[in-house]
Design a binder for this molecule. Structure first.
Ligand code: GLN
Length: 534
């Protein structure tokens, strides 16, 4: 029988609900339980693909090509599982399904309403995570996005309220994560906002079983007693979570306060000693680096901290393995045109160019790729970064002054990159975007082959333009090795530069597959090269 844990958030957003949910997944998994996790986002967008990274941070890309909330990235990294489109639910998705059913006449003339039709669809989307023919999960964790009190969250809260009655009290746990501000003048942590948040939850019919307190200072025993009394939560179910230096410490902080055992007891799951040895060692390495490396990260969405979350995590993971503190210097590509590049990139040991869309900022990226090539600085170009590096090479080494991608110059005389529908017969269905996991065959003897130690890999993609094979031999003659190719669609996936210590571009996004305890081989190798470039 699957058990369900529902996580809600109170008082303010951005208090780390996603990381808490992911950490709960990790501490349950460390007890040998089969865990999965789902995010419910109460916005009307059907998925995160159309949402600006400036507002919401990166759209995390799953193996099956879903563009999801960035919390799915935390889930994958903490629990070390691969998720799919079914793990990300939005109001838009739920309404879309219900309205399509209504148009098909599935409701047989009934009035279609939020309760029960929307709430049923929400509940079904949770239950569908258990697939027919597969053994059911031991625990399904569901994080409800937003904050208690938001109008748009109400159908989700109503659905999870009903859930407990539907499947029995002993199978459902509600965990509330709330914020406790510290008032400097009064030198006091205040619990009133949390009391109100829980009061609101209770008015909907949900009584939290456990409370995780995100506090700006240590909670006193008397505050804990007070919350326990006022909010009707057992005293030992009040867990503290202060700021820690790394998000990867959170599972350990929660485990230390017995959260794992409490959840297991309350849900009547088998008691097993948690095995967090590997995780603990990983955090220990992270906290005790013996060297430091400087990486310039070049992109165009830096206005929001989380716009490139998976890349900065992937660099951290590679650093953990090397016991190396990775310091990143984020450089907005526009700046590269305004300021002296020597000055901007002085002292960096590696240069990484991000993915992205549209012509804005391309010039700066091309300039940075040239600098990395000529100065022999380890270079990793991801998707758009790969494109800029090859355009630069075409312009300056192959002397094709007009070389470009048709994305940036539709009428260019030398379309080094062309739209996928012109390059392949597949045309990538209706959208023209090649998205999700695709395979790549590696050339023996190449750096890419050495990195992966395999002939064939699978990586996640999101792009509409690909390398134009008409130019393949021109590039090869001048010292580019196309070391990874997708054989089904004949598309270039990886290139590397011969006369350079480490210069690689990937059409795919390796960052989405990196894990704190298992860094991605590309990032690992890139970082090793940067460390060597002291
Ligand atoms: N805009 C480029 C393309 O669509 C690169 C995409 C990316 O960096 N993800 O091909």
């Amino acid at each position: 029988m699957t058990k369900y844990i529902f996580i809600t958030g109170g008082v303010v957003s951005s208090i780390g609900k996603g990381i808490t949910a992911a950490s709960i997944g990790r501490i349950l998994k460390s007890r040998g339980l089969r865990v999965t996790i789902q995010k419910h986002d109460p916005y009307l967008n059907v998925d995160a693909g159309t949402m600006s990274p400036f507002q919401h941070g990166e759209a995390f890309l799953t193996k099956d090509g879903a563009e999801t909330d960035l919390d799915l990235g935390h889930y994958e990294r903490f629990i070390d599982i691969n998720l799919s489109k079914d793990n990300s639910i939005t109001t838009g998705k739920i309404y879309n399904t219900v309205i399509s059913k209504e148009r098909r006449g599935d409701f047989l003339g009934k009035t279609v309403q939020i309760i029960p039709h929307i709430t049923d669809e929400i509940k079904d989307s949770i239950k569908r995570l258990n697939r027919p023919g597969q053994s059911p999960f031991d625990v399904i964790i569901v994080e409800i996005g937003g904050t208690i009190g938001d109008i748009e969250g109400l159908p989700f809260l109503e659905a999870i309220r009903q859930f407990r009655n539907d499947i029995g009290k002993e199978n459902v746990l509600y965990i509330h994560l709330s914020f406790f501000p510290y008032l400097k003048a009064a030198k006091e942590i205040k619990s009133k906002p949390t009391q109100h948040s829980i009061k609101e939850l209770r008015s909907i019919g949900i009584q939290p079983d456990l409370l995780i307190c995100r506090a700006q200072a240590k909670l006193t025993e008397s505050v804990k007693d007070k919350i326990s009394l006022f909010c009707d939560i057992p005293r030992d179910g009040i867990i503290e979570m202060q700021d820690v230096d790394s998000i990867y410490e959170v599972p350990l902080v929660l485990e230390e306060q017995n959260l794992g055992n409490l959840m297991v007891q309350m849900l009547q799951l088998p008691t097993v000693n948690p095995d967090l040895k590997e995780w603990r060692e990983m955090v220990n390495r992270l906290y005790h680096p013996d060297k430091k490396v400087n990486i310039a990260v070049i992109g165009k969405y830096f206005r929001l901290k989380d716009a490139y979350l998976s890349i900065s995590e992937a660099l951290t993971h590679a650093g953990i393995e090397q016991k190396c503190k990775v310091e990143t210097k984020q450089i907005d590509t526009e700046l590269l045109l305004k300021e002296d590049i020597m000055n901007l990139l002085k002292g960096v040991q590696g240069i990484l160019i991000h993915g992205g869309f549209g012509v804005k900022g391309i010039e700066g990226m091309i300039k940075a790729a040239k600098f990395a090539r000529e100065e022999k600085i380890p270079f990793l170009g991801i998707c758009l970064g790969m494109k800029c590096a090859l355009i630069e090479f075409a312009k300056n080494v192959l002397n094709l002054a007009d070389a470009n991608s048709v994305e940036f110059a539709p009428d260019t005389a030398h379309p080094i990159f062309n739209s996928l529908d012109r390059l392949t017969d597949v045309a990538f269905k209706d959208t023209g975007v090649r998205i999700g996991s695709y395979s790549c065959n590696l050339t023996k003897g190449s750096i890419a082959f050495k990195i992966y130690q395999r002939d064939r890999i699978e990586e996640r993609h999101r792009h509409s333009y690909g390398f134009n094979n008409q130019y393949l031999s021109k590039f090869e003659q001048a010292g580019i090795i196309f070391s990874g190719v997708n054989l089904e669609d004949n598309l270039v996936e990886i290139f590397e530069l011969k006369e350079h210590p480490w210069f690689i571009g990937t059409q795919f996004h390796p960052e989405f597959k990196s894990r704190p305890n298992r860094p991605h081989p590309i990032f690992k190798s890139f970082l090793e090269a940067a460390i060597r470039n002291k």
